[in-house]
Design a binder for this molecule. Structure first.
Ligand SMILES: [Zn+2]
Length: 512
């Protein structure tokens, strides 16, 4: 084939791809009638899963932790995937407010912003007003007569859930965000019609008067003295705060406000210790689908909100166990929903500076050859850790003797597979021998104990993976994240796209 023909073929291919994707979006925005897409399979329901901070390295590490190197998470089994670019209108490395606004409205926004476009600056620091509110997919679904639900393990007023139903130029104004969901308040977001049908997660303090003790003995932090728990009930909501209240929920209880914790809900690992009891994310998803199912369909946003928080704390263990629970919730949705009329999308809002490093060996039983000697801690990986030892230090094999040893860095200390580019797990230079390390555990199997590291005088008692740059809180990362999709129009996810494409596909799946 000559060069000209090759180029023509290429151009035709590009045009074809263009036909299949871009025109939908352009025409959709301009409200043109588009017959071309009339016989596309339409989604009655959409379940949108957001793993907050669940970058690709987090998915890989969680897979190894949960089901082994060659196992499959439920999200791994989805037939359609794409890479998603997460930058905001003003930052290379984004935050959850800007990215969730992009995914819920189709317009790339600035970091810190909820529900406004790129001209709206954070906290209105230019004092020029916030401008026009964007439409969110949840608002659009509600206008179509669908039921809508927001479920998170973070505070329900936190950036990701808030970007479904609120409009504020400062994500930290959580007192205001709570009011926008309250149908009887003057600042109510009236695009929500008769209200969000189901809102569950943490964040009771923004619904409880400042200083007042709540159901679990924690104090509220509303500066206006209002008790929104009561006001939501006066507006027709069923309010629950405990496992028991959750267990008793029935369809006739809609609309529902569930606030299971003063701030964010517990990490999945710590959940059994909660005073009033908390449902798992999986249980919340199962119940939500049961309650929201109806003739006109529903939109449900589910956030695995604390994957992000564990990473910020430099504690890989809780990031992995929360991702594991997030994946269980996805599995339940796949099992319960009819995939002929339900589009399920799984993605992350951004990544974290989290890496799987060195050349670690797989588990002893995974190896198909006989090896020489190996330390007991490595051999124990098989017996005690059904989890692939991903939290362990790096063991590697000598190609001359076949002996397996813990690898050491230039300073003589072993190093873990998992680590962060920055954060509070920084060890001062030179790193000490493991037995003298004030961050015990780096020398051996202790990295496997989630609470080994006692950061004296602080609330953080969780083990922290090593970090290269000393920061109080580990940061997000700028690389692309993955999108996994199944159901009607899931095929629209392919290639590398901007995260706003998620809104475009969801809107198209509801419309065409
Ligand atoms: Zn974060």
């Amino acid at each position: 084939m000559n060069t000209y023909k090759k180029m023509m073929r290429l151009a035709t291919g590009v045009a074809m791809v263009g036909l299949l994707t871009t025109p939908v979006l352009a025409k959709d925005r301009n409200n043109h009638d588009d017959n071309m897409f009339n016989n596309m399979p339409k989604a009655k329901n959409i379940i949108f899963f957001v793993g907050d901070g669940m970058g690709v390295s987090t998915v890989t590490a969680s897979r190894i932790y949960s089901v082994g190197v060659d196992g499959e998470l439920t999200m791994d089994t989805f037939p359609h995937t794409a890479l998603s670019k997460t930058y905001t209108a003003d930052h290379i490395t984004p935050d959850s407010a800007g990215t969730m606004t992009a995914m819920m409205t189709g317009i790339n926004a600035n970091s810190g912003i909820i529900g406004y476009g790129p001209e709206t600056e954070r906290n209105d620091f230019n004092h020029d007003g916030d401008g026009d509110r964007l439409w969110t997919l949840l608002e659009i679904a509600k206008q179509k007569g669908k039921k809508v639900g927001v479920v998170t393990t973070a505070r329900v007023t936190h950036a990701t859930p808030a970007a479904c139903y609120a409009h504020v130029s400062e994500r930290n104004h959580e007192n205001d965000i709570a009011l926008q969901a309250l149908p009887t308040d003057v600042t109510y977001n009236d695009r929500l019609g008769d209200g969000i049908d189901l809102l569950m997660g943490g964040g009771r303090r923004f619904f409880t008067p400042g200083g007042m003790a709540d159901e679990e003995g924690d104090t509220g932090s509303r500066s206006d003295g209002r008790d929104l728990r009561r006001e939501f009930q006066d507006a027709g909501y069923t309010y629950i705060w405990s496992q028991e209240g959750f267990d008793n929920l029935e369809e006739e209880n809609l609309p529902i406000l569930g606030l299971f914790e003063r701030s964010h809900m517990e990490y999945e690992y710590d959940r059994p210790n909660d005073l009033g009891g908390e449902p798992t994310l999986e249980a919340m998803v199962e119940k939500s689908i049961d309650l929201l199912e109806n003739k006109k369909g529903y939109f449900l946003m589910v956030e695995g909100g604390r994957i992000d928080h564990a990473h910020h704390a430099g504690n890989a263990f809780r990031a992995l166990t929360d991702t594991e629970e997030f994946d269980r919730a996805i599995a339940t949705a796949v099992k319960k929903a009819n995939l002929r009329d339900t589009l399920i999308i799984v993605t992350a809002d951004h990544s974290h500076v989290f890496t799987i490093a060195g050349y670690p060996m797989r588990q002893p039983s995974d190896l198909k050859y006989d090896f020489g000697s190996a330390p007991q801690e490595y051999l124990d990986n098989d017996m005690e850790q059904q989890h692939g030892g991903i939290l362990d230090v790096v063991y590697d094999i000598s190609s001359s003797t076949g002996d397996i040893t813990a690898r050491t860095a230039k300073d003589g200390a072993p190093y873990a597979m998992l680590g962060y580019q920055n954060g509070s797990g920084y060890r001062p230079e030179p790193r000490l021998n493991p037995q003298d390390d004030p961050f015990p555990g780096l020398g051996g199997a202790d990295t496997l104990i989630p609470d080994e590291f006692g950061n004296t005088g602080s609330e953080h008692t969780q083990y922290k993976q090593e970090a290269a740059v000393p920061l109080g809180s580990e940061t997000h990362a700028a690389e692309d994240v993955a999108i996994y999709a199944i159901g009607p129009q899931a095929w629209m996810f392919h290639g590398t796209v901007k995260n706003t494409h998620i809104f475009d596909v969801m809107q198209s799946a509801f419309k065409y």
